[in-house]
Ligand binder design. Structure first.
Ligand code: HEC
Length: 235
């Protein structure tokens, strides 16, 4: 007499490993799913796969114990059949009532994953304070901030911008002399090249390695579309 079988611990992993490639979300051979206990009891085209309390009447047991290789599950192409202890577990589960948790969820269909769905253009939210919106992404951020009750920080002032750029490019705050002479110029448009062109020009940002560029570009782009021309950043 087999001791108490636990569906989640003993049965579900076995069916998942040996049966679910063909009997779950991706394929339902013969209309049969075996990814939940309920689906196993419901069965496939040939009727219930599992008859609670009656392993000898259950198609699932007939299939895993079939001596005809053309009948046996899993099919011969999938390797060996189940071993005696695995069959004994399945029989015991069924004879003990074939119970399974009521809240068990079927495998999600992998084809429903968002990465397989065609992208759909989202409507740009309407924002009362239109002056804040410099490109459509700002509108999404503003809408979500409003939903969370957050108000935007003011744009960083010139001294703060300069400090950020210096820390990013030179690793040091700007010298007093540089604070006076550094020019802050308008970011010159949507081509995405403004800051990068400046950083790449000779003498700019000697410490800038490629890996720093995203951080630097962020510093340049965040404060309301302004960029900072820092000239030679050598201390
Ligand atoms: C490689 C795919 C594959 C795997 C893995 C597989 N099956 Fe099947 N199964 C099939 C196909 C194909 C059929 C329909 C043909 C048949 O009945 O032989 C089927 C039919 C069945 C049926 C009959 C369903 C009905 O209502 O007609 C049962 C029961 C079954 N399988 C149980 C299992 C069990 C239990 C396992 C794991 C131990 C398993 N299968 C693993 C492909 C597979």
């Amino acid at each position: 007499m087999q001791s108490r079988v636990d569906y989640v611990r003993d049965i579900k992993p076995l069916l998942a490993r040996r049966c679910c490639a063909c009997h779950a979300s991706l394929k339902q051979e013969s209309g049969l799913r075996l990814d939940t206990g309920q689906a196993a009891r419901k069965g496939g085209d040939g009727g219930p796969a599992v008859v609670p309390g009656k392993s000898h009447e259950s198609r699932l047991i007939a299939k895993v114990t079939a001596s005809d290789p053309a009948e046996r599950m899993p099919p011969a192409s999938e390797g060996d059949g189940l071993d005696a202890s695995q069959v004994a577990l399945l029989r015991a589960w069924i004879d003990q009532g074939a119970t399974s948790p009521a809240d068990e969820l079927p495998e999600p269909d992998p084809r429903d994953h968002w990465s397989f769905r065609p992208p759909v253009k989202a409507a740009v939210p309407m924002i009362a304070d239109a002056a804040r919106i410099k490109n459509p992404i700002d509108a999404f951020l503003a809408a979500e901030s409003a939903r969370q009750g957050l108000s935007p920080r003011p744009t960083a002032d010139r001294a703060m911008l300069l400090r950020r750029v210096y820390l990013a490019l030179a690793g040091l705050p700007p010298t007093r002399a540089r604070k006076k002479t550094a020019r802050i110029c308008r970011y010159d448009g949507g081509d995405g090249n403004g800051p990068r062109r400046k950083i790449r020009s000779p003498g700019d940002g000697r410490r800038v390695a490629n890996g720093h560029l995203p951080a630097v570009a962020a510093v340049f782009c965040v404060p309301g579309g302004e960029s900072v021309h820092v000239g030679n950043t050598s201390p």
